[in-house]
Design a protein. Structure first.
Length: 273
C-alpha cells in the first residue's frame, strides 16, 4: 500500500517551516503542501473566534487540495481550533501541542515545566491541560507569553543585543523557579533557540532542557500515517509546494534560513473565510 497524496502543513507565517523541516527529515518520501497565512500573521494576539475562523479556512484550503493529513503547525491555532476542526474531516488533523507536552513530561525529572508562547496560546490554557493529560498532574506549568518573538523571527532577527534584551525581559519570569524543561510553545521560536537557551542559562545559573514541537510532531504524523497504512513508499519525486496569502518573495526570503535552502514553488493564494 502506498498513498501518494501530500501532507498539508499550515501556520500563520514562516514558523511552521520548523515542523516542515522535521517532517522532511523523518518522512523524506512524502510530498508536502505548506500554507502560510502571511497576510494575517500574527495570530497570537487575536481573539479566539478570529483564530478559529482563520484556522478553519486554512485547513479547508489544504483538504480541498486532496491532502492525506493536515498538520496544524501553529500552537495558537492548535490551542483554539483543535479538536473542533479535526472532528469535521475524515483525514487526520494533527496539532503541535500534545506531542511536545508528552515529550516534556517524559523528559522532565523534577516535573517543573516552563512554557513560552503567544499571548493567545498562554491564555488558552491548552498547555496546562495537555501537560496534565500527559501525566503531570501535581505541578502546574509556569507560562510566559513572549509576543515580540514572532515579529523578530518573521524579520529574521534571531541573535544579537536586541533579541537578547527582549529574551532577558521575558525569560526573567523563570528566574528562581524550579523548571528543568522549557517548551517553545510557538513554532516561530526554534529560530531563536540559541538566544533563548543561552539567556535562560545565564538567568538561571544552570542549564534547562529546551524542547520544540517539530521533532515530536513529526513522529506523531509518522505514526498516524503508519496506522492508516497511508505512508508513501516511493523513494523519489517527493515535492514541496508553498502557498502564501501575501507576497511570495518575502516569504521565500524569510523562510530560507528555516530550511537552510532557497524556497522554490511559492504561490500566492487568497483564503476565503
Ligand atoms: N507560529 C505560531 C504559533 O505556533 C503563531 C505565531 C503567531 O501567528 O502569532 O503559535
Amino acid at each position: 500500500m502506498t498513498d501518494h497524496r501530500p501532507i498539508g502543513v499550515f501556520d500563520s507565517g514562516v514558523g511552521g517551516l520548523t515542523v516542515l523541516a522535521a517532517l522532511r527529515e523523518v518522512l523524506p518520501n512524502e510530498s508536502l503542501l505548506y500554507l502560510g497565512d502571511t497576510a494575517r500573521v500574527p495570530y497570537g494576539n487575536k481573539g479566539a473566534d478570529t483564530i478559529q475562523r482563520y484556522a478553519r479556512g486554512a485547513v479547508r484550503f489544504l483538504v480541498e487540495r486532496d491532502v492525506k493529513a493536515v498538520v496544524v503547525a501553529c500552537n495558537t491555532a492548535s490551542a483554539y481550533a483543535l479538536p473542533g476542526i479535526a472532528d469535521e474531516w475524515e483525514i487526520p488533523i494533527i496539532g503541535v501541542i500534545e506531542p511536545v507536552a508528552n515529550a516534556a513530561v517524559a523528559s522532565s525529572r523534577s516535573g517543573h515545566i516552563g512554557v513560552i508562547g503567544t499571548r493567545a496560546t498562554v491564555r488558552s490554557g491548552a498547555y496546562v491541560r495537555a501537560i496534565e493529560r500527559a501525566g503531570q498532574t501535581h505541578i502546574v506549568p509556569l507560562q510566559q507569553p513572549c509576543p515580540l518573538f514572532v515579529p523578530l523571527a518573521e524579520e529574521g532577527w534571531t541573535q544579537g543585543p536586541i533579541v537578547e534584551a527582549v529574551a532577558s525581559e521575558y525569560l526573567s519570569a523563570f528566574q528562581g523557579s524550579a523548571i528543568d524543561t522549557l517548551i517553545l510553545g510557538c513554532t516561530h521560536y526554534p529560530l531563536l533557540k540559541v538566544t533563548i537557551t543561552q539567556t535562560l542559562q545565564r538567568l538561571m545559573g544552570r542549564s534547562v532542557e529546551v524542547l520544540d514541537s517539530a521533532t515530536a510532531t513529526a513522529a506523531y504524523v509518522q505514526e498516524a500515517l503508519r496506522r492508516q497504512k497511508a505512508l508513501r513508499q516511493t523513494e523519489s519525486n517527493a515535492s514541496v509546494v508553498y502557498f502564501v496569502t501575501d507576497e511570495p518573495q518575502r516569504f521565500a526570503d524569510t523562510g530560507a534560513p528555516y530550511l537552510n535552502e532557497p524556497l522554490e514553488h511559492v504561490e500566492h493564494i487568497d483564503l476565503v473565510t
